[in-house]
Write a protein that binds this ligand. Structure first.
Ligand code: SDX
Length: 389
């Protein structure tokens, strides 16, 4: 038997790669019920928050402040966010300069980094100052993402209209048109259900970064970088591209057989925590059908439903079901949004979740510093370079 490699720890160490099952801290912000497919924000189900009529701003208030607002509190919050919605000229110039040269998530990451440089209180790490920055970024993310979509299309940027709600103004700034009420309602719901999701990779990235007491902007840039990946927020873009690659519902079965053969992970399926249907996919399913019919892209929805049946029949026993990214792309595509803008749209409300988690942990902050089991050599003899082969 090969000689046991020396290990840094005495005895055996139980762990799962990717920090599976590891606990980082106690939190009251959200609960992801993986076994039953439920998502709770500060005690309220996302279904109730979507149906409640308070809009995404009500959910952002809840996540950041810990309680549902009264009407007066919500009005004040909305007015405050509206006044913070504009972005500095330097950010507009940067976006116009780079938006057609790199992925929209790279442009967003770079723009947020610039916003930090422009903030004279960037390095003031207190709950009060970080909360103020969180509010401003929550208000500015829609403006940034709308500007990125227009700049990369070579279109002029559109200024915020403080008289409009966040979702309506976001769509207007992105498309240049006044959106219909149903589209606003669906975008609002999409922002609510993407706002927060426990200790996912991008939230963890933000918190690990912030635990060194660095500035808030650096922590959010870390979250953007992680969300971009196709195993995480980038899956919504990849999933729509899968449906477009399949192209015809009649070829879905052949496509899946080939994917299985190649052991390809099917985008939009599976989750580290949900071993049942993602409740967000359940909410999006009928809306994807409705919007695909509106846009004449029903074949994409048919492909999705065929692929869902094939994957669940094959992998449902292993807890592989559609996740939040499975249907969302069909909806955004039907709204006329560019495919590689889908992940920035995911980021628009996730800034509220990242912020809430950073602000919750900061008062009793402790640096995140796990360890790895060392399995390398321990006593290698140094050989002068002249004597190396
Ligand atoms: C998001 O964490 C969050 O909360 C994230 C999120 C949020 O709101 O923040 O919910 C948003 O990121 C949703 C996930 C979007 N990603 C995708 O859709 C990409 C495709 N999914 C997979 O890459 C995967 O399911 C992950 C990354 C989401 C979860 O991966 P895990 O928990 O590390 O699971 P794994 O890769 O170790 O897979 C376990 C088994 C493997 O089979 P075996 O080797 O045991 O035989 O399940 C299989 C995998 O092959 N599997 C899949 C699969 N996902 C897992 N097989 C086919 N297709 C898939 N999508």
């Amino acid at each position: 038997m090969a000689e046991e490699k020396p290990r840094q720890f005495v005895g055996s160490v139980e762990f799962k790669k990717g920090l599976e099952g590891a606990i980082t801290n106690e939190s009251a912000i959200s609960y992801v019920d993986g076994a039953n497919g439920k998502l709770i924000y500060r005690g309220y189900s996302i279904d109730d928050l979507c149906a409640g009529g308070g809009g995404y701003e009500e959910t952002a208030y809840l996540l950041l402040n810990g309680n549902l607002p009264t009407q007066a509190e919500l009005d004040l919050f909305n007015a405050d966010l509206a006044l913070r919605r504009s972005i500095p000229q330097e950010a507009k110039d940067l976006i116009v300069q780079i938006a057609n040269k790199c992925h929209p998530m790279s442009t967003l990451r770079t723009a947020v980094s610039l916003l930090g440089c422009l903030n004279p209180r960037e390095f003031e790490v207190t709950v009060e100052n970080d909360y103020d920055i969180a509010l401003t970024l929550t208000a500015q993310f829609p403006t940034l993402v709308a500007a990125i979509q227009r700049a990369r299309r070579g279109e002029f940027l559109i200024e915020p209209d403080v008289t409009k709600g966040l979702s309506e103004d976001f769509l207007r700034m992105m498309t240049g048109e006044t959106p219909d009420a149903r589209t606003v309602e669906v975008m609002d719901m999409a922002l609510i259900i993407h706002a927060e999701h426990g200790m996912n990779a991008s939230t963890f990235s933000s918190m690990v970064t912030n635990s060194s007491l660095t500035d808030f902007y650096s922590s959010i840039v870390a979250g953007i970088g992680s969300l971009k990946g196709p195993l995480h927020g980038g899956a919504n873009e990849a999933t729509l591209r899968t449906f477009q690659e399949i192209g015809d519902p009649a070829t879905t079965e052949d496509w899946f057989a080939a994917a299985k053969e190649k052991k390809v992970k099917v985008m939009g399926f599976g989750h580290r925590v949900y071993k049942a249907y993602d409740p967000r996919a359940r909410l999006f399913d009928p809306i994807a059908r409705e919007f695909a019919e509106r846009a004449g892209t029903s074949h994409l929805y048919e492909i999705a439903k065929k692929l869902e049946a094939l994957v669940v029949a094959d992998l449902g026993g292993k807890g592989i079901f559609p996740n939040v990214d499975f249907f969302s792309g069909i909806i955004y595509d039907a709204m006329g949004i560019d495919t590689d803008m889908f992940t920035p749209i995911f980021a628009v409300p996730r800034i509220a979740g990242w912020s809430a988690r950073i602000l919750e942990y900061l008062p009793e902050n402790r640096l995140f510093r796990p360890r790895a089991v060392y399995i390398g050599d321990l006593e290698s003899q140094y050989t002068p370079i002249a004597e190396r082969g």
